[in-house]
Structures are given as C-alpha cells and as structure tokens.
Write a protein that binds this ligand. Sequence first.
Ligand code: F6P
Length: 323
Amino acid sequence: MKKIGVLTSGGDAPGMNAAIRSVVRSCIYFGVQPVVIHEGYKGLIENNLEEANARSVANIINQGGTFLKSARCAEFRTPEGRAKAFENAKAAGLDGLVVIGGDGSFTGAMLMEEEHGLPCVGVPGTIDNDIFGTDFTIGYDTALNTAVEAIDKIRDTATSHNRLFLIEVMGRDAGFIALNSGIAAGAEEILIPEEDHSVEKLMDCLENSSRAGKTSSIVVVSEGEKIGGVVELGRAVEESFPEYEVKVTVLGHIQRGGKPTCADRVLASRLGVAAVEKLIEGVSGVMVGIRDQTVVTTPLKEAISKHNAIDDVLLRVADIVTV
Ligand code: F6P
C-alpha cells in the first residue's frame, strides 16, 4: 500500500471529520501517502482528489459536518459511473480506499471492489446507528445528545402550558435515536418502526398518563414509524384528546450538526486507525466497527444486508419508567 484514498459519503454525521483526520494521520504514521477525495463518490468520478499531509486535517477533530463534503451520487450507482471513478483512482495511484458513510456508501464500496478490484474498507458514519456489525456508528452519540437537549427544552414549555408535544426525531427506518432519546428525556410514549403501534394504543397511553395526574406529555416519534406521519398523528390525537393542546415539532437536520461528542471523536479516531491497518494487512471488503469495546470487522455484504435489532431490555425499561 503506497497510497490510500478517503472519502465521506451519504448523509453527514458529527465525527466524520475526526474519522478523516484519523485515516490521514494513520497513513502518515505507517508511511502511506493519504489522498483526500472531495464530495464523496461524485468527487472520485470528477477527479476531485488531493494528496494530504498531517496539517491538512489540523483543527477539525472538534468540528461537525465533513470538510470533504458529502453527496449521495446517482452516477456512482451505475456500472459506467463506477468505471469512471475507478479510472481516476487508478490514475491517482490509489491502492486502497476508506469509505466513511452508511449502508448506501458501503454498497458502492463493495461493488467497486468486486468490479474493479480496488480494496475498500468501510467506516460506519451515520447518526442512525442502523449499521450491522457495530454497536455504535460515528455521529449517533452526538445526534442523541442533540435530540435530548432539544426535547428537554420542549418539555419546559410543554409543562408551562399543559401541552402535549409529538416530537419527530430522525433515524430513517430505525428507531435507535427515538428509543434512546425518548428514555433519556423521559418521554411518555415512544413510537419506533420496529414495534407495532396504533393510534388507539397511543390514546390509551395518553389517557393513562392523564389519569395518573400528568398535565403535559411528550411523545417521541421516529420518522420511520409506520402509523402515519407525525402531523397526521397530531391531528388524530387532537381530535380524540380535546383536553390537551397538541403541538408537533420536527427536530430535523439539527440532529446532523454540531460539535461531535467525546464518544464520537474517540470512536472515529479508533475506527480510522483500524481501517488503515486493515488495508495495510491486506484485509478489504469489510467494515470496521466496535463490538463490546473491541474493534471488529464485518464483511461489507453482511453490514449492508443485516440489521441491528432494537434491544428488548431497553423497550422494557421504556415501558416501566413511563408510568
Ligand atoms: O441517514 C441519516 C439521515 O439523517 C436520516 O436519519 C434521514 O432519514 C436522512 O438522513 C435524511 O436525508 P437528507 O439529509 O438527504 O434529507
């Protein structure tokens, strides 16, 4: 391995900068030339590559977003797009590629390796925590803390006005952000895609809360939850629950921004080192992740085809503490 490229792809996540920094500096440590690729796979197709040094990644460990920028690239999903990307990688002398992103980005990496033989290693970077093969993805801890801080603030005003708030959090089709931020912020009910819910069940829960003397409530709704969008749900609740004033808040992209937490910076630093070490050892077609505090590898194929299950213990905890 003489040259390793690194790119960020898919939705950005706090801690991606720390991961890029780690990859670049690990390359330098092991005597490999790092090459940064701007704007994800689009940058590889458009030949937007640049040789980096240790100073290229100075003062970014504490910054949210990704200084390399990220993109969801339709052209890279075609064999022609990947061929163009590979030609540029070859011309730049890349012997390996580190892809920081989520499952869509890993699908691209896997195809690139299968079709063109470019060794690729994935680093899981997404706020959703929905990647199989790792207990935590880079950005998830920061997003959780952002969500909890926002929900806490909403609770203040909900309490002052005896209001019921439905708060939508991100997570695509996974409920990790909703379940954990909901428990941490003391939500009365948490709706996640992995569980069956109904408007009736939600009403029962709210009625129980009201009978228990609660004058305001917080319902955390995962964006992928299946009984309908949060706005429609809010309308349905309002109709059957006239004693509450119902408000809907969508937290949205604030969950993707902000300074990465310590946990995300350390995770990103560990996984960046591991990704470079794997490529140097001749291991590729894998994602590096963290399981029980230990760095592990999972074939990219498995990482993209399997899903992490929601922890039943946490579901039980949520049920017990919301009485
Ligand atoms: O995967 C991260 C994520 O923020 C999801 O939680 C959300 O569904 C999606 O990306 C939003 O994507 P975009 O930024 O393209 O609207």
